[in-house]
Design a protein around this ligand. Sequence first.
Ligand code: SF4
Ligand code: F3S
Length: 392
Amino acid sequence: MPEVYNPQLGREQSYPYEHREEERDWHWGMVINTNRCINCNTCSFACKSTWTSGKGEEYMWWMNVETEPYGGYPMGWDMRLLDDLGAEETIFEAAEQGERVKGYVAQKEEWEYPALGDDSVHGEYPEDEVVESDPEKGKYHDIWQFYLPRLCNHCKNPACLAACPRKAIYKRSEDGIVLLDQERCRGYRKCVKACPYHKPMYNPETGVSEKPVGCFPRIEEGNVPRCVSSCIGKTRLHGNINRGPDRGRPNGKKSAAPGRSPTNYLAKSDEKVALPLYPQFGTRPQVFYMPPYHVPPEFLTQMFTPNTDQKRNDWPGSTYEESVKIIQQRVRDPSHHLLGVLQLFGATTRLIETYNVKENRVKGWDRKGKKVVDMPIEEDLEVREGEKWTNQ
Ligand code: SF4
Ligand code: F3S
């Protein structure tokens, strides 16, 4: 197997195909602020009613929200695989003879309860004590849970694509969206087994598999996916994750705005406040999560970092756990710039290609360079002198 560089792991890893994903001009990417998610599942239903309403698609939830640490769809989807991986071994490196990817096929009963574990908390309420949280002093809530929205990550090393013997799965050159060609598919279900996030699903009515499509018709028209536009908590931002600060005007067009994309800033700038889910699988997922700041960092470290002893200088702390603590603090107490970027979440249904934060305003432009957001970062507060109330 060829070796490809994985920046999320900071090392070369095996992957069946050579590619240079960083050179793509445009790549689908999403950032989700878990601190704003209220588990209303508006995203899940928006996705379901848009994409999967036919026969055989009843159990397909391409978008789902689960409660951590006890929820999961399919049940226990993450731990089953993680327990089987050796230290510093991706699902490609752990593959058994004759297979390209180490996978796991969830059984029927594991798919039957999409909301199992919802709102179950970890820990017990201490008797006669007030539950306090002060992350600055290293004290987190004794009882906690948080909501984790899950969808296809349109990975840069897609396991579904690597596993299919029919080459029925492909990554679009224009935006990196990973699609399944149902005409080519013969229902081998290697993709179903290989995706560590369990997003390709087999349709017994048609005899072929289906997978999430990244809302590509909306992206093509310059709009954000349905799960993003419908989110009432304004938890999400979608855009060109590859567009870093060194990119000029798109396609060299003068009318188009220069600059980096807000998703790239959140996931890849020095501020680095958005992290991939289980990067240790090695698929390079392109959905990034701003971690909940009330949850113990050791739990988040195993979920959102490579979770090894290796020291990396592109992380803010000397260990992954220390880095997570620093990131939680950045999310809890955002810099002025980050506060500006956070205003872009849910501000428009148009896809924000580039943005700019200047003084107290944040602005965003679409791919054609048209301004689609222009708003204050902090609202002016006017304090009125009230009449003094006296007890007479
Ligand atoms: Fe494929 Fe799964 Fe990655 Fe989506 S999340 S691109 S289905 S491996
Ligand atoms: Fe390939 Fe998956 Fe179909 S492995 S043949 S896309 S079921």
